[in-house]
Unconditional design. Structure first.
Length: 293
C-alpha cells in the first residue's frame, strides 16, 4: 500500500458543515461536541484589539489575548473585514493550507510582527514581555514605552468583539497542538484507513500554537516562537461548532469543526486526495488535538 500523499502536504482543511456529517464509520462521528467545563482564561476581561489609525505608524494593530499573550501586527499585514459564511468553499481538491499547518511561504513579511506574553501591572497598564509597556489612555489613545527606548503615542480604534458566551469563551484562547491523526474515507463514506502523526511530523508540519480571539482574529505561532500566519475567522454553524477562517496574506478560506473536552479540544478538517495503488479519490480527515494554554 502506498504511503499517504497527504503526509507530505499535510493538513489542508476545507469543508462546509455538510462535509463533516457526510462520512460514516468513525468512532469520532458520535463524539460529543461538548464535554466537561473550562474556566475562562486568566485575562478574559482584559482581552482587546486596538487598530492603529496613525498614517505614519509601522504598527497596524496591537492585541491582548484572553490567555495572556500579546500580538503586534505590522501595517502590511493589517487584517481585512471578517469573512462571511458564503465565502467558505465546498470540499475541493488540491488544497495545501490549513489553520494548523506551517506556512509554505517565507515569513520575511512578519519580520516586524511580535508575539509574546504580557503581565497586568495595574488597571490599563500591561508589561509586554520583551517588547515594552502598553498604557491604555482611552479607547482611542494608547502609549507604548518600548524596551529599546522608543515612546509611541498612537491613535487607535477599539475593535468590536463577538458576544461573550459559553461557546465563544471556550474557543477564544491560546491552544497548543499536542497530536494529530488522519482518517481516510472512500467516496461512499466508508472508513478505509487511520494513521496517527508522530511527534516529529507534528513539529515538522504543524505550528505549535493557534490563538483564537473574540476580535474574530487568529494567529499561528511556530515552535521557535515566531509568528507564522495571521487571519480572521467567524462561525459558519454554531450548532455544529464549525468556523470559517481566512489568512490575510493568502487567497485561502477554509472551515474547521471543533469539539471540546475539559481543557482539551479537537479540530477536524477534510479535503479530497488520492489514495491507494490506483490513486483512487478519497476524503481525508485531519484531527488535530490541542490543550488550552
Amino acid at each position: 500500500m502506498k504511503k499517504m500523499k497527504f503526509l507530505a502536504i499535510a493538513l489542508a482543511a476545507v469543508a462546509l458543515p455538510l462535509g463533516f456529517a457526510s462520512c460514516g464509520g468513525s468512532e469520532d462521528d458520535e463524539e460529543d461536541l461538548w464535554k466537561g467545563e473550562l474556566e475562562n482564561p486568566k485575562y478574559e476581561s482584559d482581552a482587546v484589539l486596538f487598530n492603529v489609525t496613525d498614517d505614519d505608524s509601522d504598527i497596524a494593530s496591537i492585541e491582548l489575548t484572553a490567555s495572556g499573550d500579546y500580538i503586534v501586527i505590522p501595517c502590511e499585514y493589517d487584517a481585512p473585514a471578517p469573512i462571511m459564511p458564503s465565502m467558505a468553499p465546498a470540499l475541493r481538491k488540491t488544497t495545501h493550507k490549513s489553520i494548523f499547518r506551517k506556512s509554505s511561504t517565507s515569513r520575511a513579511g512578519w519580520e516586524y510582527g511580535v508575539f509574546g506574553e504580557y503581565k497586568k501591572l495595574k488597571e490599563g497598564v500591561y508589561e509586554l514581555l520583551g517588547y515594552g509597556t502598553l498604557t491604555i489612555v482611552n479607547d482611542s489613545r494608547i502609549n507604548l514605552a518600548l524596551d529599546n527606548g522608543g515612546d509611541l503615542n498612537l491613535d487607535v480604534t477599539k475593535a468590536t468583539e463577538i458576544q461573550a458566551n459559553a461557546l465563544n469563551n471556550r474557543l477564544c484562547r491560546t491552544w497548543q497542538i499536542t497530536g494529530g491523526q488522519y482518517k481516510v474515507y472512500d467516496l461512499k463514506g466508508n472508513l478505509i484507513h487511520t494513521e496517527k502523526m508522530t511527534d516529529r511530523e507534528i513539529k515538522e508540519e504543524c505550528v505549535e500554537y493557534v490563538v483564537m480571539s473574540k476580535a474574530n482574529t487568529y494567529i499561528t505561532i511556530d515552535w521557535d516562537g515566531e509568528i507564522d500566519g495571521y487571519g480572521v475567522w467567524n462561525w459558519e454553524d454554531k450548532d455544529l461548532q464549525v468556523f470559517n477562517y481566512h489568512y490575510t496574506d493568502e487567497d485561502f478560506t477554509g472551515s474547521v469543526k471543533v469539539t471540546f473536552d475539559g481543557d482539551r479540544c479537537k479540530f477536524y478538517g477534510r479535503h479530497y486526495d488520492d489514495w491507494g495503488e490506483d490513486d483512487d479519490e478519497a476524503i481525508v480527515e485531519e484531527i488535530i488535538s490541542c490543550k488550552a494554554k
